[in-house]
Write a protein that binds this ligand. Sequence first.
Ligand SMILES: [Zn+2]
Length: 136
Amino acid sequence: MGTDFGDVLRGRGLRSTPGRRAVLRLIESARFPLSHGDIMRRLRRRAVDRATVFRILDDLVRVGLARRIGVGDRILRYGPPNNPHDGFRAVFACTSCDRVEELEVELTLPDRVPRSLRRRQVQLLIRGRCDSCTKS
Ligand SMILES: [Zn+2]
């Protein structure tokens, strides 16, 4: 965890504030994509209000430090951006429980995909039943 999130933010033209650093750290370290509610719960001890967290998330997405993940349940979640150098993240969403998980996948986009479509904007969603739901 040696990342200096202040440097990361400034590198994308954002001022480094305690709230932005905290949200970015949460998104980068979480095992699962986080919703606004998840982030609010994890920020409990810090005085960052709901509207500020929404603005921070919008800012992070706009500058490419986070990506929005929609899995069809009307809850937006946020995860780290896709980086062509360290793999592509697909999202698994269980159709029985509300489990959502990010998976590293090897993915080569076909030539037909418009060149203007940057990889980090592509979202691959895999739906099915997770292992614990399959057992029951
Ligand atoms: Zn499940």
